[in-house]
Design a protein around this ligand. Structure first.
Ligand code: PLP
Length: 358
């Protein structure tokens, strides 16, 4: 049976990237060695890394003065690296959910943390708006897409202080004005590649301002100077990232994928709004184009979540169960998700309605 992969992360990758990665595992560029076996100091790998960095810069229009890094440790490592490198006295955080909270917890180890705005009052179902950003912050941290709660910033905000963003789950899904940010980071495993590599886009001039000593591996300057090769980088995940970026370029880059993402999300949200059995959990204008969260409507709220999850599973849908903090269902429809799979889910919801609606 054809599978439709709606997993939140690790998640669907472009088929061509997976195929090329499989080939490179057996034989990289016909050199008779696997990509898993080569030294990171070889020309073959250095070309991969250089191209991945160049494509990232090209596709996101990253201006001069920024470095692109590929590191280990996941986005969660960035929760501590960011304050380690940037927090001297006080940082501001917008609390939009689980990941934002985890980032705040780490920052508190390094200095004062001010919650500039929060959507916790309504279970993180919206993106806070209309707050003032204090000018005495070392930086302001936002989470542009809230993977668990299905909310997303649709535009780049203006900040009087250095803006830091966790873009783990919406990087390269829409154009971003990188010049508005001091630092952007994320785990690759949502929109960019497999688990095991983390991207960081950092404006070089924000570094070196804090007074504390920073261990080499946790100091961004180490990795900027070493071109992500201070130590052994995650060679294979970077290879897959390069393939994913090549694919993104081949389909027309970020504006093209944004259009596709808008179409896919519209198909699914329209069905959620139409189908009497389901209701979306995020406030309309803040609905994520990447993670679509929905639950049974009031009339059907006594139904077991497993009913629809299993119904969908029987039709090839994978990863539909929602996070326990939201309940219900979550369909992650990242860049690589084909429109046909979204349509298949919509068809499945209609069939479910036919069978179960009162
Ligand atoms: C998945 C995710 C993380 C955690 O990433 P790891 O690489 O597992 O540490 C952090 N932030 C957001 C927004 C995420 O979606």
């Amino acid at each position: 049976m054809k599978k439709h992969n709606f997993s939140a992360g690790p998640s669907i990758l472009p088929r061509v990237a997976v195929e090329n990665a499989a080939k490179a595992v057996l034989d990289l560029n016909g050199i008779g060695l696997s990509v898993l076996e080569i030294s990171h100091r070889t020309k073959d790998f250095e070309e991969v890394l250089d191209e991945a960095v160049a494509l990232f810069k090209e596709l996101l229009h990253i201006p001069e003065g920024y470095s692109v890094l590929f590191l280990g440790g996941g986005a969660s490592m960035q929760f501590c690296m960011v304050p380690f490198n940037l927090l001297e006295k006080k940082a501001g955080y917008i609390n939009t959910g689980v990941w934002a909270k985890k980032a705040m917890k780490e920052a508190k180890l390094f200095g004062e943390v001010e919650t500039v705005a929060s959507s916790e009052d309504r279970n993180f179902s919206y993106i806070p708006k209309g707050y003032a950003i204090p000018s005495d912050l070392d930086y302001l941290h936002i989470t542009t897409n809230n993977t668990i709660f299905g909310t997303e910033y649709k535009t780049d905000i203006d900040s009087p202080v250095t803006l830091v963003a966790d873009m783990s789950s919406d990087i390269l899904s829409r154009p971003v004005d990188v010049s508005k940010y001091g630092l952007i980071y994320g785990g690759a495993q949502k929109n960019l590649g497999p688990a095991g590599v983390t991207f960081v886009i950092v404006r070089d001039d924000i570094l070196g301002k804090v007074s504390r000593a920073i261990p080499s591996m946790l100091d961004y300057r180490t990795h900027v100077a070493g071109g992500s090769m201070f130590n052994t980088p995650p060679v294979f995940p970077i290879y897959v990232v390069r393939e994913t970026l090549r694919w993104l370029k081949s389909i027309g880059g970020v504006p093209a994928v944004q259009k596709l993402n808008e179409e896919k999300a519209a198909i699914l949200y329209d069905e959620i709004d139409r189908n009497p059995m389901f209701v979306g959990t995020a406030q309309r204008e803040d609905r994520s184009l990447m993670n679509v969260c929905f639950v049974y409507s009031d009339e059907y709220k006594d139904m077991d979540t497993a009913e629809f999850v299993n119904f969908a599973k029987e039709r090839g849908m994978v990863g539909i169960k929602g996070h326990r903090l939201v309940g219900g269902f979550r369909a992650s429809i990242y860049n690589a998700m084909p429109k046909e799979s979204v349509q298949a889910l919509v068809d499945c919801m209609r069939e479910f309605e036919k069978q179960y609606a009162k």
